[in-house]
Design a protein. Structure first.
Length: 162
């Protein structure tokens, strides 16, 4: 088609890119406001929330227009965690013997302890917390927080009481 019309193919690409530069001035201003609102939200907001933000600031806009402009600029909301479907049944691969049995009663201090590790989601990533509970006093006797799950995390929590 380019040969028949006598046009170089790079000229058509230049024409396509020039259409964006010729966009009406209000649209370009609105794109800047969208980008600003999206960055201020930490990249979390989608087109619905950004529409509400801009309407609060006095802009006239619809959520369909926000969707179209954000899609053109490749701005997306941060999505949640993925839930992976799969088969989780069957026998466990490794069975650990139960040394405590179902008896969680301690007759004297420092006789029995239980530990647990959990995570806390922060803006900088995950923070891991290991706690040790004394079964006699029913109180936390040791804890430790680290940015990674490691042996050091658990050992710090276990040795805190000592």
């Amino acid at each position: 088609m380019f040969r028949v019309l006598g046009v170089h193919f790079s000229g058509s690409y230049a024409w396509l890119n020039a259409q964006k530069a010729l966009a009406p001035r209000p649209t370009r201003r609105l794109e800047g406001l969208i980008k600003l609102a999206w960055l201020e939200s930490g990249g979390v907001y989608g087109y619905r929330s950004i529409t509400l933000d801009l309407k609060y600031l006095g802009e006239r806009c619809s959520k369909n227009r926000m969707y179209r402009l954000m899609k053109a600029e490749d701005i997306r909301a941060q999505r949640g965690y993925k839930h992976h479907k799969g088969y989780y049944g069957g026998e466990p691969a490794h069975i650990v013997p139960n040394h405590v049995d179902p008896d969680f009663q301690a007759q004297k201090p420092n006789e029995r302890r239980v530990a647990d590790i959990t995570y806390i989601r922060t803006h900088e990533g995950f923070l891991y917390l290991a706690t040790v509970l004394g079964l006699f006093s029913q109180q936390i006797v040791g804890w430790s927080m680290k940015p990674r799950v490691s042996t050091d995390l658990v050992m710090s929590a276990l040795l805190m009481d000592s």
